[in-house]
Write a protein that binds this ligand. Sequence first.
Ligand SMILES: [Mn+2]
Length: 360
Amino acid sequence: MDDASVDRTQRADVPCEHRTVEWYKLENERLLEALRVREARVARMEDDLVLLAERSETLDRIVSGGWWRLRLRLMRLFAVVSFVRRGLPQREMTVERDPLSRDALASRAERLRSQTDRLSSGLPVSLHRHAKDSSVRRVICSLADENYLGPLSICSVGLEQYATRHGWDVAIHVGSLDLARPIAWSKLLFVSRLLEQYEEVWWVDADAVIVDTAPDIASLIDVDKDLYIVEHRWDEPSGRRAVNSGVVLFRRSDWTTSLIEAIWHREEFIDHPWWENTAMLDLFGYQIPDDGTPPIPGVPTAWMDRVKLIGLEWNSTENASAAVAPVIRHIGRRPTVAVLEQMMTGELRRANAVGVARET
Ligand SMILES: [Mn+2]
């Protein structure tokens, strides 16, 4: 309700026949007062309008100034560029980002070979740090010589994908660590060095690829087990089995150190076709036939107490040792390195296609 309506009510309250000169004087004063109130209100509104006009002038000055003009121009340019880019075919950019393209693998091989990082022991490596800020230090590792630099590069693509997802470091060494023995034996030396600064060291052969990054191998860890490995099996001759050292998770402990030393000292197996794997099998109690046929399980030795046999999916090969849903596809020896590389790339491409399909 405003003053005017109050006036009207008051005026209406007194019938015409009872209105006196005094009433009219008072009524006049009331009306004048109402008029003054309105004038004051109009004056305030006028002040506000002046203020608004001043502000808008300031805005105009700012907008027409050089800085704003430049910003507007940049924004317009950005909009045009992103519009044009959206319209262009994406093929070229995808090829550049494809870690399995010929160029990407070549530069990856060069990076691995450069070994610009150092372990605390001074050993040169190519190190990718993905480890999360946690109390457990974990590393995935692999090693190969120049002959296997191609497979090693392809292998490292999957290792890095896995490491990024689960917070592991990746350490890769190119070259033998003991030229007196076949390269396979260098694995033991490499793992030993890594156990000096990591609590969990996961070895993956250069001829294997991680094809499913979802499962977390750390979830398999038991307090009373220090070695995690897959036991392969054969249809024929039936009943043959053997732990395969192509994929092994080592936990840092005195037991692990002793085991690695014990394997290393089985010099009679240095040139055996399965190298250090044979030494490990012998220590664990498997029988190694002289005719080169697969090992026969025997009475497990005390070494097996701290060994945990894990599912085939962690080291899936072929036939009876092929997992339905592999985490790691271990390709193994092929007629040529080129064939091996082609198979590894194929496996990773399929895996990534499945991964992309799953995520979208
Ligand atoms: Mn292998």
